[in-house]
Unconditional design. Structure first.
Length: 115
């Protein structure tokens, strides 16, 4: 059995938030134990990380103005303003999207201390 731990970043995505809300409801109704919810979230962290690494083949480039950056506990955080994202290589046609402000969180693929 693999005891590797995964980052919990994707729990704040829309699907991760929906899963967390559903698990909270089940716990409050007494239908599942909190330990089971933690196991489910751990499996979600592993599954989403592996699926994104294996299945996503599109490229994304972006351009904007760096407003703020920080590095703490092996995690980079960038706040970028007036951003344009360009998508290439996906299933549909190439496209672009603009945003006023974007926050990017970047972590090493291996946690500190892992080989």
């Amino acid at each position: 059995m693999n005891n590797q731990t995964y980052y919990e970043l994707y729990r704040r995505s829309s699907i991760g938030t929906a899963l967390t809300d559903a698990l909270d409801d089940l716990i409050s109704e007494g239908r599942i134990a909190p330990q089971l919810a933690m196991k489910i979230l751990s499996n979600f962290d592993r599954g989403i990380t592996e699926i994104l690494a294996d299945k996503v083949k599109a490229n994304l480039t972006f351009k904007g103005h760096l407003d703020t950056y920080r590095f703490c506990d092996e995690v980079w955080t960038f706040l970028i303003k007036d951003v344009t994202f360009k998508f290439q290589g996906g299933q549909g046609p190439n496209s672009s999207v603009s945003a006023d402000k974007v926050k990017i969180v970047s972590c090493n693929s291996k946690k500190p201390g892992e080989q």
